[in-house]
Design a protein around this ligand. Structure first.
Ligand SMILES: *[C@@H]1O[C@H](CO)[C@@H](O)[C@H](O)[C@H]1NC(C)=O
Ligand SMILES: *[C@@H]1O[C@H](CO)[C@@H](O)[C@H](O)[C@H]1NC(C)=O
Ligand SMILES: *[C@@H]1O[C@H](CO)[C@@H](O)[C@H](O)[C@H]1NC(C)=O
Ligand SMILES: *[C@@H]1O[C@H](CO)[C@@H](O)[C@H](O)[C@H]1NC(C)=O
Ligand SMILES: *[C@@H]1O[C@H](CO)[C@@H](O)[C@H](O)[C@H]1NC(C)=O
Ligand SMILES: *[C@@H]1O[C@H](CO)[C@@H](O)[C@H](O)[C@H]1NC(C)=O
Ligand SMILES: *[C@@H]1O[C@H](CO)[C@@H](O)[C@H](O)[C@H]1NC(C)=O
Ligand SMILES: *[C@@H]1O[C@H](CO)[C@@H](O)[C@H](O)[C@H]1NC(C)=O
Ligand SMILES: *[C@@H]1O[C@H](CO)[C@@H](O)[C@H](O)[C@H]1NC(C)=O
Ligand SMILES: *[C@@H]1O[C@H](CO)[C@@H](O)[C@H](O)[C@H]1NC(C)=O
Length: 666
């Protein structure tokens, strides 16, 4: 008994045949001998089969009933039964940090490792510093680990760790190389200048004592840190009693034990809007949104799915509400109230008309006014803000009174290079710059306060009234609604809005159509009328033509061929002329004497197909080229040329026989 008590490591093994004074004492056969923890036999069973290691620790058999446990971090102890106490930073958004000092020189290689859990995308993780410099910094930026050595050599992780799960971070500084691992996955390496860590150097975890210095690394860390080690030496925030040695903890400010969660669903801070139900997660929340809402905080109400607009309108969702959009024909009157806060730096409207002069929008307050109108088919913008300022007038090029939809966008942008703002006017997306030198960037802001705004006319009685259609009009992104809220199925909730103030809703026409140009049908002769907005277009049957199909395509109806037969083909006519006539309409006689061969001053005699030459006295022949021979020559039929004009001198009667058309003795 004494021997066992003195030597706590009891014998482990087998004995047999132990005789004392010829008496077998072991295995004991009588109860005279005390046997404790002795079993019969000498079995050698593997104790690791019984899985003595906890928390997935690996059991390594050391031979006969002996073993060791290789523990996974953050577990420790002979059976991996002990866990390093997790430290909670930033509980309830407190500024928290811990400071250790290194007990001994880490040597040439520095390995910093720890488990980190957070949902915060930025924050300071750890800084190693001596009296002159912070030679190693670890912080989170956009959820990614940043490592900085000697103030400028940096190494950045590849994957986000701010997902609310534990990640094991390991930074190894060995010689001139820095390596970052996240849960055993290499995130990259960087070349560094050699660093020298010494005992007495400080380790800041979660923040620095100075809040401003902390802020430059994303502020104080919010989350949990567990099992922090530098070169396998622990830095314990809440030491597991006497388990392992820890570096010297100097300060522990607002760091709590465990890894509790902020109650993101507390009644006072309920993040879920519009009746969403909040479920708490670690340092986070989930909103279970009621129907018709969406978004992380149920902040997006799907207003349009609740069908707030009359059937003729299209519901348009906005960040804080909705608008019902229409096309309309009637001048509408609005008055802004002081609730609109944001700056009016853009304006847009769409329209279609065939009018050459009309007002699209007119806004007036005292002497300030803003008018967008059509003058001579051109888009014209007039602005006067401030009593003694000149009126700025802008015309666009190109006519817009063509019955097609046109869109006008006006934008005021700050110019980086010029002092004056850029006024950019776009007609159907064709941009042009306006000289904004005399215009203030906030010039349109007067529209926010008690200003009368008319759409489609100049005033209540509809001066310069637009005959055509208006599409959605927006000032600073706020719609000028064509309906009143009372006409909607429920009122619009957005705080900033324009409200219609004119009385008559009865006569409002929604939709866009022009005058009734096809009834009665203006197209004649069976032509089909097409309404192309305040203008008709006739499609004629093939034999009719003209704007109203009033003209026949049979061009022979007007008998265009004067001396000839007319034939009509594909809207044209062709004349077959009678003999002796020519020209497109057979209007002129054929001049057979033109280029005649009558020579020597002979007179050309015009026939139907042919001509004849009337020769002077002493000439003869068809073309009067032959000399006239003496008359006596016509004797014995020998001198045919003695007869004029081709007549034969007949030997039968010694006289001339004339060609048809000629008479006389010769
Ligand atoms: C016998 O073994 C048990 C379990 O290993 C131990 O708790 C006990 O102290 C041992 N008895 C003596 C007398 O050593
Ligand atoms: C502090 O650390 C830097 C970087 O390792 C080293 O260059 C410097 O000499 C150290 N200063 C002191 C006082 O130890
Ligand atoms: C108005 O315009 C005229 C002529 O362009 C110019 O001389 C005058 O200085 C302008 N006045 C202001 C207040 O801009
Ligand atoms: C232009 O810049 C000024 C000062 O930088 C600012 O106050 C104003 O809101 C800006 N305007 C627009 C339209 O961006
Ligand atoms: C509306 O404007 C037109 C055209 O300028 C004008 O003739 C008419 O008198 C104005 N009516 C009112 C009520 O101001
Ligand atoms: C014109 O038409 C008539 C009747 O068909 C015909 O007799 C005559 O020959 C035609 N004349 C010509 C020049 O084709
Ligand atoms: C004129 O004479 C030449 C040659 O004999 C002939 O080819 C031509 O057709 C004649 N011209 C006329 C208009 O008779
Ligand atoms: C024809 O008569 C005229 C005048 O009588 C004369 O000039 C001319 O030479 C004569 N021609 C011939 C070919 O004899
Ligand atoms: C002259 O006329 C006769 C008939 O009258 C005819 O037979 C003869 O061939 C003609 N001679 C010449 C040269 O033309
Ligand atoms: C002239 O003579 C020719 C040849 O014999 C003949 O063909 C022609 O008909 C005669 N002319 C007259 C007018 O007799």
């Amino acid at each position: 008994e004494n021997a066992v008590a003195m030597n706590p490591t009891a014998f482990l093994g087998c004995f047999r045949d132990i005789f004392v004074d010829s008496q077998m004492v072991l295995p004991a056969s009588t109860t005279d001998y005390i046997q404790t923890n002795v079993t019969l036999g000498c079995s050698n069973k593997d104790i690791c089969v019984e899985s003595p290691c906890q928390n997935r620790g690996r059991c390594v058999s050391q031979g006969w009933r002996s073993y060791t446990c290789e523990c996974h971090r953050p577990y420790e102890g002979p059976h991996c039964e002990k866990e390093y106490v997790t430290a909670r930073f930033g509980n309830k958004d407190q500024e928290s940090y811990a400071v250790f000092s290194l007990d001994d020189d880490p040597g040439n290689t520095l390995i910093v490792s720890m488990f980190v859990r957070t949902r915060q995308s930025s924050g300071l993780l750890l800084i190693l510093a001596n009296s002159t410099s912070q030679y190693l910094r670890l912080w989170l930026q956009d959820g990614i680990v940043n490592v900085q050595v000697n103030n400028f050599e940096t190494l950045v992780g590849r994957s986000v760790i701010s997902d609310g799960h534990f990640h094991l971070l390991t930074v190894t500084l060995e010689g001139t190389t820095a390596i970052l691992l996240q849960s055993a996955q290499n995130q990259g390496s960087a070349n560094i200048r050699h660093i020298q860590a010494n005992s007495g150097d400080s380790v800041y975890v979660g923040g620095l004592t100075d809040p401003r210095a902390s802020a430059s690394f994303g502020g104080y860390f919010k989350g949990c840190v567990q099992d922090l080690r530098i070169n396998n030496k622990r830095l314990q925030f809440y030491p597991v009693e006497a388990m392992v040695k820890s570096n010297n903890l100097q300060q522990l400010i607002n760091v709590e034990q465990g890894c509790s969660s902020d109650n993101a669903c507390a009644v006072s801070v309920n993040p879920c809007l519009n009746g969403g139900v909040c479920y708490s997660m670690w340092d986070d929340f989930i909103c279970n949104c009621p129907p018709n809402t969406a978004g992380r905080r149920c902040e997006k109400v799907k207003w349009c799915e609740m069908s707030p607009c009359p059937t003729s309108a299209v519901c348009q969702l906005h960040s804080q509400g909705f608008d019902c959009e229409y096309q309309t024909k009637i001048p509408l009157h609005y008055r802004s109230h002081g609730k609109i806060k944001h700056s009016f730096n853009r304006f847009s409207i769409s329209f279609r008309t065939r009018q050459t002069a009309a007002t699209l929008l007119h806004a007036q307050k005292d002497f300030d006014f803003f008018t967008m109108s059509l003058i001579d088919s051109q888009l014209t913008l007039q602005l006067q803000v401030g009593f003694d300022q000149n009126v700025s007038v802008v015309h666009t090029v190109g006519p817009v009174s063509d019955g097609l939809w046109h869109t006008v966008d006006l934008k005021i942008e700050n110019s980086s290079t010029m002092q004056t703002p850029l006024w950019i006017l776009a007609l159907d997306r064709n941009k042009m710059l306006i000289d904004g030198s005399r215009m203030h960037p906030q010039a349109l802001d007067f529209l926010r306060e008690e200003t009368d705004i008319f759409l489609g006319g100049l005033n209540k009685s509809g001066g310069m009234k637009l005959s055509g259609c208006l599409g959605p009009a927006e000032i600073g992104g706020l719609v000028l609604p064509f309906h009143k809220d009372t006409e909607l199925n429920f009122p619009r909730p957005q705080p900033e809005q324009f409200v219609r103030v004119d009385g008559n809703t009865v006569n409002l026409q929604y939709g866009c159509w022009g005058a009734s140009v096809c009834d009665p049908n203006p197209c004649q002769n069976g032509g089909v009328c097409e309404d192309v907005f305040d203008l008709h277009q006739c499609t004629c049957l093939s034999e009719w033509t003209g704007l109203l199909c009033q003209e026949s395509t049979d061009r022979c109806l007007s008998s265009p061929c004067v001396f000839g037969n007319c034939s009509s083909m594909s809207g044209e006519y062709k004349c077959d002329c009678e003999l002796g006539y020519e020209g497109h309409q057979c209007e002129s006689e054929v001049n057979v004497c033109e280029n005649s061969n009558c020579s020597n001053g002979a007179t050309c005699l015009q026939g139907l197909k042919n001509y004849a030459c009337l020769c002077p006295q002493n000439l003869t022949g068809q073309y009067c080229k032959l000399p006239q021979l003496p008359v006596a020559a016509c004797i014995g039929g020998r001198w045919n040329y003695s007869c004029y004009n081709g007549g034969n001198c007949s030997k039968d009667d010694n006289s001339c026989h004339c060609l048809p058309g000629f008479i006389g003795e010769w």
